[in-house]
Ligand binder design. Structure first.
Ligand code: SF4
Length: 473
């Protein structure tokens, strides 16, 4: 079937990583532009695979090029609503190709081709041919397919602009509904190939965290293939409508994650946040020192106020883990009226990159918009705090209350310890003015023990009276 393609094509290549040292070229990604788009088109010529722009053999090793994948499909049972779901499979199917790495989705795609595959004679037209065969195999309702790969800047720029219009129209449609208007949500397991304990719960108010699939898309996919990776979840009893907790969602997530996750809150990053696979568009992260939440998206390459970039944070909370204080999310979810509603919504957001803040201007409440710091205003926790104080962000009230509660707790504990003891040792008294800040926080931390065992701390915060840093010889 793949006889005239010079490299192997098989699911066994999924998860293959191509490092910079081993890459022939990089396509699209953060240093260039690109997109992928699937559209139903009745005027296509079946089996037409072409490359517009330089082929791989005309590219220079080690360089980065613009790149787009245009997939047109036709079939009697194909509905427009299925486009996004079929498009989302581009990620997995590209990764079946030996020496081809595909990350992300929509206009966020980032691909690399290995030196080895380029030397075996692999060409971009082979990518188009392989995808054509794989898509027909995966979706028998696709009767005809035509794929065009674009690699010249002018055409890719135009394609990306057009694709963004299609993505926006899909996203806007999803905003017509809210969670209360429907009886079913959807589960998606497409990312279990690399995050085996992850299940996305897609609701009208919570678009999938990859940003590529909304409730309508899931409905069409589940109708087309009820036994497929996208399936219905009857909402069942609402346990908490603010946090977004439902009996059947909990049951389904327990079943589909082999018991690793038993409960999720759809609209909170605390206690039981939604799990994160790895292709989320952004991460919400708790900043304990400010009792606020920051957001960072994958396009932001600098450091967050926690002192780590998106990539490190994504590494800590991806893979299907449920990590309290962190949650992968889509940018579209930030437009939802239920966006982190259990945590205080935008009143709890204290920092985000300027690019996302400006893109969300019409969705962030006017009274809070200027009070949220961006990378242009502050880069670490103390400068964010200064900015919040200068703008009188509502989080300050929350912080003050938290401090009062902490002091009351400490007073109570002190009083109890005095009551409990005949002899009160002054040295044991806690200085209530002392600020307790964790010296380290980590979603997961392992401590190896002798005998081959280890202790794993989840959502660890370490407080210390003193930290001694010694030079290791
Ligand atoms: S991120 Fe979620 S919705 Fe998107 S493909 Fe993966 S599992 Fe499905």
């Amino acid at each position: 079937m793949f006889d005239d393609i010079p490299v192997d094509v098989s699911p066994m290549y999924e998860g293959e990583r191509i490092r910079a040292a081993n890459m022939y070229v990089e396509l699209a990604g953060p240093k260039s532009i690109g997109a992928e788009l699937v559209q139903v088109d009745d005027s296509i010529v079946d089996g037409k695979y072409e490359v517009i722009g330089p082929e791989l053999s005309e590219m220079n090793q080690g360089e980065i090029y613009p790149f787009a994948i245009k997939i047109d499909i036709k079939g009697k049972k194909l509905e427009k609503e299925l486009e996004s779901v079929i498009e989302r499979r581009t990620h997995d199917l590209c990764n079946y190709i030996q020496g081809f790495m595909h990350l992300n989705q929509r206009d966020q795609i980032w691909c690399r081709i290995s030196i080895e595959s380029a030397e075996m004679g692999f060409k971009l037209v082979d990518l188009a041919k392989a995808l054509g065969i794989l898509f027909k195999e995966e979706f028998p309702i696709i009767e005809e397919i035509s794929i065009t790969i674009l690699t010249d800047l002018e055409n890719v720029e135009k394609f990306v602009d057009d694709a963004k219009i299609v993505y926006s129209a899909r996203d806007e449609r999803a905003r017509e509904l809210s969670d209360e208007d429907v009886d079913v949500f959807y589960g998606c397991l497409m990312c279990q190939s690399f995050a085996p304990t992850h299940m996305c719960v897609v609701t009208p108010d919570r678009t999938a965290l990859c940003g590529a699939i909304n409730w309508f898309d899931c409905r069409a996919a589940a109708k087309m293939d009820p036994d497929g990776s996208i399936f219905e979840i009857e909402k069942g009893e609402v346990l908490d409508d603010v946090k977004g907790e439902y009996t059947n969602v909990n049951e389904m997530i327990t079943q589909k994650t082999q018991g690793e996750t038993e409960k999720v809150y759809l609209h909170s990053v605390f206690d039981y946040p939604h799990t994160s696979c790895g292709c989320f568009e952004a991460v919400a992260f708790y900043i304990p020192e400010l009792d606020g939440i920051g957001i960072v998206d994958r396009d932001f390459t600098g450091e967050t106020p926690l002192g780590i970039p998106f990539s490190s944070m994504a590494g800590q909370c991806s893979g299907g883990k449920q990590v309290e204080g962190f949650s992968g999310l889509s940018l579209e979810y930030m437009r939802s009226p239920k966006f982190l509603q259990a945590d205080g919504a935008y009143e709890r957001i204290v920092w985000m990159p300027n690019n996302i803040k400006t893109s969300l201007e019409e969705f962030i409440p006017e009274e809070i918009y200027d009070k949220i710091a961006t990378d242009e205003d502050a880069s670490n926790i103390s400068s964010v705090k200064e900015y919040l104080e200068e703008k009188n962000h509502p989080i300050l009230e929350r912080l003050a209350k938290k401090e009062d509660n902490k002091k009351e707790d400490i007073d109570d504990k002190e009083k109890k310890s005095i009551d409990d003891s005949d002899t009160y040792d002054e040295r044991a008294a806690i200085d209530i003015n002392q600020e307790f800040i964790p010296v380290a926080t980590a979603p997961e931390m392992a401590m190896p023990l002798s005998g081959g065992t280890k202790i794993i701390f989840k959502n660890a915060k370490i407080y210390a009276e003193k930290v001694i840093i010694k030079k290791y010889k």
